[in-house]
Design a protein around this ligand. Sequence first.
Ligand code: FES
Length: 518
Amino acid sequence: MNPENRLTANLPQFPESLWRDTVDVPTFPRLNGNHQTDVAIIGGGITGITTAYLLSKAGYKVTLLEAGTILNGTTGFTSAKITAQHGLIYHNLLEHFGEEQAGLYYKSNNEAMEWMIRTAQELHLSCGMTRDDAYLYVDAGDDKTRQQLEKEFAAYQTLGLPGKWLDSVSLPLRAEGAITLPGQARFHPLQYLLGLLKAFLENGGVVYEHTTISEKVENSGRLTLFTEQDQHAITCSHAVSASHFPFYDGGALYFSRLHAERSYCLAIQPEMQFEGGMYLSAGQPTRSLRAVEWEGRKLVIVGGDNHKTGQGICTFGHYENLERFAGQLLGIKVMPYRWSAQDLITLDRVPYIGKIKGDKEIYIATGFGKWGMTSGTLAAQIIADQIQGTDNPYTELYNPSRFKANPGIKNFIVQNANVAKELIAGKVEIIHKKTKDLKRDEGAVVFHDGKRIGAYRDLEGHLHLVDRTCTHMGCECEWNNGERTWDCPCHGSRFSYDGAVLEGPATLPLDTISPKIP
Ligand code: FES
C-alpha cells in the first residue's frame, strides 16, 4: 500500500503486518503430480525455510511444501525480537529441568541468535539486523511479579547468564525493577528469510504452495506423503513438519499437549523520542516494545494483550488496549499498521523439536511460544543435524516425546479440561441475533433456520454463512472481529469468514451454508 495512505493516528480498519507490506514475496505453483525428493519440508515459515537452506547447502535435494502461501503464518506476523530472554522462564526451567538443561536452553537460543546475525552478514542481507538490549520489567506496585522477577534474576546468576538487575528503566513505564540482557537483536524477518529462500533456490531447492499434506503416511523403506486435495504422492527419505501443528500425529496427541494463544501488535510513530531497547513486561497484561525503521521514520512496535485463541471476547478491543497503552506512554503521531499472530505453547513451555518416536523418518518442530525467531532457527539446526546423523547437544532438551511430570501433568489436565468445557459451551449457548441484525462488516453467531450458525456481512452487504463446527474435533468456532475470522477455542484452528482454513490443526474448511443471501 502507498505509505501516504497509512499516515493516520487511528487504528487501521484492516490488519496488515508491516513485514508483509514492505517486501515482495515470490509465488510458487501448486504441486500437480507425484514427486520425489530427499527431504520434504512442510511449512514455509522461519523453521521450514531455515531447515531447507541448511540441508540444501549440505547437498540434499529438498522440497518445501506450503498449505497456503509462504511467510504468511506466524513468521510474517511476529514482533521479530531475536533474544534468549523469553519472559519469566529460567527460574521455572531450573526447578523442573535442572541446572544443566536450563543452561542449555539459554545456550541454544543464544547460539541461534548469533548464527542468525552471522548468516545475515555472510549472505549480505539488508534486513535491518541491529543489536539491541532486552529488558524484562515489572510495574511499580506489582509485588507478586516483583518477587518472581527477583527469583528469575537469581536463576540468571545460578546459570551464569550475562543479565543485570536495574532498579529502573529509561522509559516512563513506571517500572520498579528490570533484568536486562545485553547484545540481543532485532531485524526485518521477511527480508532475512527471503535472503535464505533465494540461497535455497540457488542450491536447487523446490517450493510448492497451496499444497496441503494429509496425515496419511506410508513407510516402506522410504516415506510416502500425500496431498490432501488430490492425493498426489511425495516420496522422500525424511519429512520435516515445520507447520505449527504437526501434519502427522502418530499417536503422540500433540493437539492435547499444545494450546494456541493470540497476541497483537501495533506499529506507531511516537510523539516522544524512543531510544531503543526491547522491552517486555513480566506481569499481566503483557506489553512489549521495540523500535523499527519504516519509510525513513522511526516507529515502535507495541505488542501484547495475549489470550487463548477463540476466547478473546471482543478481539478488536485488544488493539484498543494497546493503542491506549502506547498513547499514554509515548503519544501517537501515526499508526500505519496493526496485526496479530498465533503461537503454540507446550505443557512445559519448552518447544517440541526433533524426530518423532517410532521408525518413521519424521521430524517435528512446534510450540515455540512467543519466541519463534530463535526457536525456529535452533529447530532447523537440530533437525538438520539429526537428518545428517550429526550429534547435537540440544536433542534431549527439546525431545518431542519427553513428558515432564511437573508442570506437564498439571498443565495437561488444565488444557484438556478447558477443551472439554469449550466443546460443551459452544453447543448450548443461547443465541438471539438474526442475520438481518448484522450491519456491514459485522460477524456473529446467529440463529438461522432453527440452527446456530456463523454469519458475516461483508462491506458490500453480502452474507457469508458457515457451520462453525470446527473440522478438527468438533468444537464451535468463535467470531474474531479484529481479523474477521472464525477461531476455534479448543486447539486454535482458524478459518476465514467464508470457511477456508487459515491455521491448523484442521485441514478441511468449515461447511458453508448456501445459497448466500444478498
Ligand atoms: Fe481442535 Fe478446533 S482445533 S476442535
